[in-house]
Design a protein around this ligand. Sequence first.
Ligand code: FMN
Length: 183
Amino acid sequence: MPNQPFLQLATTRRSVRRYQQRPVPRQVLERCLEAARLAPSAMNAQPCSYILVDDPVLRDAVARFTFNAIVSFNRWTLSAPAFLVVLNRSSSLARVGATLQGRSWQQVDTGLAAAHFCLQAAEEGLGTCILGWFGEQRIKRLLRIRREYRVALLVTVGYSAEEPCVKERKLLSAILRYNREGE
Ligand SMILES: Cc1cc2nc3c(=O)[nH]c(=O)nc-3n(C[C@H](O)[C@H](O)[C@H](O)COP(=O)(O)O)c2cc1C
């Protein structure tokens, strides 16, 4: 993909579930957060804030709150050298969106910020994986997160110990229509 650096980046970014134990410099993580900070949001509400968890004891505890004996598919998080905890807070704007439009702008905004973070991480040579499955209340207690905040997402981040693989995606022809959806 010559001269298409963004498309190249979007192609190489993938979820990484096995990490080297090498720590990630905070300076590098802060550049990824700068990309998240610059993400768009509905009416520029900027509902997200972040906690970077790189302390080994806390990081291990966060990892243990992403799986249990029955739902074990996130056990791999124990190898992650750092977690980004993405918080958001309900605003009157978000409530307007939910009431009048029947959709959560806050969730959209959070997804965009997480995507910016992951893409900048890929640019920095880091692997990430967004996690939607975790014990929110336990993480809130552990990290002393105030009641009014939700833990929207976790993102693991570190240097990958995996081989690159091919992405499985629907073909563009299956998901794109011009002008009208139906006949
Ligand atoms: C909102 C969201 C929640 C996710 N939750 C998890 C999760 O709990 N555990 C996990 O291993 N992957 C999780 N993923 C990663 C997806 O499985 C992954 O993005 C998808 O399979 C596409 O693969 P790729 O990211 O390598 O392109 C999540 C992704 C998103 C966007």
